[in-house]
Design a protein around this ligand. Structure first.
Ligand code: ADP
Length: 328
């Protein structure tokens, strides 16, 4: 059976982008068709300015939401990255294989470094080396496939390069992974800035739909989405990014295609109303299950403890082999 690994960062509340671009497919496809691991990658949340108590709270919330979205601990492994030491152990070895030039070329690094500097902060070294830790997350488990949104494709490519290079230099140790894309909704955009991705740690709150937003909040955000200057509803990602984003969200929620849906609407208002309702309906069962799980913290604790035990047992042989292969 193929091995799948993916994760979410607890840098903010999980968004509709996380759900449509990644989590939904993990639930519907990956946990059924693969030996799959899903992690709340909390070490990655330390790469930018953070508040310790908030990271802990958000990690717990993210893990609870993964279960609420439908990941089933009987079918897959759900765990928190920092509970498994192998990630950090392997990351250092991979830093000895990757180059600083590769890190500086990463689009997310460039964007986030600019943002940190603009806020007057300094850039943490871990922000630069982030993709190496992500490569360790993936390679430690002999991962074949990494189901991610479009924004993460470059990082998975780096994990491939590092795996190939390590194997060539030190003997075959790692499976070479590949990214798989969710197709529609691979890149959900911010409703207020439809040329930027809907990212959980961004500041443009009104343009981000969070998984735990109340129905009326979802409706308000979608109804206020920035649309384009034209009036007819056409699907054109380049020329009409605002409308294209709504069509993609609606398509992802209802199962249609954005092109076909564009023909069904004569006004932006009607498109927004239907999109808002579709999102509310998609989020409703997740929110209900989340509430139930919050009332049963012992269950979530148990899932995460078992998940970490299973993950550790899977990662250790590969990471130990990497230590031996590199000369330690
Ligand atoms: P974020 O940018 O929200 O911090 P993460 O790095 O935690 O995202 O990503 C978790 C998963 O969600 C990844 O597979 C990522 O590709 C996907 N994802 C995040 N934002 C979006 C988006 N706006 N559209 C589609 N997929 C997304």
């Amino acid at each position: 059976m193929k091995r799948v690994f993916s994760g979410v960062k607890p840098t903010g509340h999980l968004t509709l982008g996380n759900y449509l671009g990644a989590m939904r497919r993990w639930v519907a496809v990956d946990q059924h068709q693969a030996d799959a691991l899903f992690s709340v990658v909390d070490l990655h949340a330390l790469t930018v300015e953070h508040d310790p108590a908030r990271v802990r709270r958000l990690s717990r919330q993210a893990a609870t939401l993964l279960l609420a979205a439908g990941l089933d601990p009987e079918r897959c492994t759900v765990f928190v990255q920092s509970h498994v030491d192998e990630h950090a152990r392997l990351s250092y070895l991979l830093e000895c294989v990757a180059t600083d030039g590769e890190m500086r070329r990463m689009i997310q690094y460039k964007e986030k470094a600019v943002r940190e500097r603009a806020r007057g902060g300094s850039v943490r070294l871990s922000l630069l080396t982030y993709p190496v830790l992500m490569a360790a997350d993936i390679l430690a488990y002999g991962t074949d496939e990494v189901p991610v949104g479009e924004d993460q494709a470059q990082h998975v490519e780096l994990a491939r390069d590092v795996a190939v290079r390590f194997n060539q230099r030190y003997g075959h140790t790692f499976v070479v992974p590949r990214a798989t894309s969710p197709g529609v909704a691979a890149r959900v955009m911010n409703l207020q800035e439809p040329t930027s991705k809907m990212g959980k740690s961004d500041d443009v709150g009104p343009g981000i739909v969070y998984l735990l937003d109340e129905p009326d909040v979802v409706r308000r955000k979608v109804m206020r989405a920035v649309t384009d200057s034209g009036r007819d509803v056409v699907y054109d990602r380049e020329g009409r990014p605002g409308v294209a984003n709504l069509l993609e969200i609606l398509a992802a929620c209802t199962g249609g295609s954005p092109e076909a849906l564009s023909g069904a609407y004569e006004s932006y208002g009607a498109l927004k109303r239907d999109t808002a309702e579709a999102v509310v309906e998609v989020l409703r069962p997740v929110q209900e299950r989340h509430k139930e799980l919050c009332a049963d913290p012992g269950y979530v604790d148990g899932v995460l403890r078992d998940g970490a035990d299973r993950a550790r047992a899977m990662a250790r042989p590969t990471v130990d082999a990497a230590y031996r292969a590199i000369g330690l």
